[in-house]
Ligand binder design. Structure first.
Ligand code: ZN
Length: 155
């Protein structure tokens, strides 16, 4: 998850904090991607269903889907993520973050706020996982369990 500024739910340009990119190539643009089209095909149907439900019934809106490896390193350095490049489901199109969007823009309730439980119940009803207690916006597809195991066993 990355914490953004006051951009609307469909705006994707965002200035990232300066940080080390661990030698990864940079395309010189700071972007937050929030398109369902950037999710892996295996995950797209479930996430599209969840997104539609959340738009209809809640304040949750799609905040971020695919995250490029350099952005992941920046998030790690800024301690908004505990994963490094290629250690997050976001690099594989298997995760999306949903955040409440109110009249003043994006809102970040405390991690123990009950509004997050609405996201968890909704994600589970679409067969998705939302179980990281310190990263409440983060929703993963179950395919990530296998992909993660493969990436950790490969040498
Ligand atoms: Zn996430």
């Amino acid at each position: 998850m990355n914490r953004g500024g006051g951009l609307g739910p469909h705006r994707t340009a965002r200035k990232r904090p300066a940080g080390p990119h661990q030698g990864l190539p940079s395309i010189g643009m700071d972007m937050r991607y929030a398109s369902l089209d950037l999710l892996a095909p295996v995950a797209r149907t479930a996430f599209a269903g969840l997104d539609a439900y959340l738009r209809r019934e809640t304040r949750f809106r799609l905040f971020e889907t695919y995250r490029d490896p350099a952005a992941q390193e920046t998030a790690f350095a800024a301690r908004t993520s505990k994963a490094r490049a290629f250690e997050s489901a976001h690099q594989f199109g298997l995760a999306a973050d949903f955040v409440p969007y109110g009249t003043k823009g994006w809102e970040w309730p405390a991690t123990d706020h009950p509004e997050w439980d609405d996201l968890r119940r909704a994600a589970q009803s679409f067969g998705l996982l939302n179980g990281i207690h310190w990263d409440r916006p983060h929703v993963e597809h179950r395919a990530w369990i296998g992909v993660r195991a493969l990436t950790r066993s490969a040498s």
